[in-house]
Design a protein around this ligand. Sequence first.
Ligand code: MN
Length: 239
Amino acid sequence: MDMTDGGTVLVTNDDGIAADGIAALARLAERYFDEVWVVAPDVENSQVGHRVTTDRLLTVNRLGGRRMSVDGTPADCVRIGIELIGRRPDWVWSGINHGGNLGLHDYYISGTLAAAREAAFFGVPALGASHYMRRGLQLDWEIAAERLGSAVDALVEQPSLAGGEFWGINLPHLEVDAAPAEVAFCHPEAAPLDVQYQSGAAVDSFQYSGTYHDRPRSEGSDVAEVFDRGNIAVTRLSI
Ligand code: MN
């Protein structure tokens, strides 16, 4: 089913229940769905990838209505969300992440994308939305949600997700007076992140010092669309 059919959405993220990005995403979801459930990690879980918790109790903190936090990971939240709703939702929306999740390298590291991937394993259509961040530029979550809405509207025109597929969406970080961002359907960059380390003060200690903005990219990839063209990059991903 597509977004125009209403139904039930499970909204989650990896920045945690208190993040501005998930509030913006839940507000946007209200436009498309009859029932919006927000089930998100109680604390930040960025870069945890597809980690799940199976060796201890997971505790749900009910925050009123269909909003709750879990002391687990993003993938846990999808699993527990299905448990709480009592059935599989029609969609899972994850994000909006504070920072880009671009290229295959990010996709495997990201908790935001892991939540969408976990949904895809169960055949639930999903999207993971992230916001590329440029230094020294303010982030307006309302504008971000509007841009994401334009991407969601564009998804409806695309062939439906097949089993095991999910969408990756990355928003550009533009000047306030920039022209409207265009939606670009593209492929995930395969080149790795700019991975570097500097020696720490102690012997055999290392500090990650890679520069996200310096990552290599090829024409037509999601990284190039967001970094070089200021477009909204949409990629069709698969488990
Ligand atoms: Mn995050």
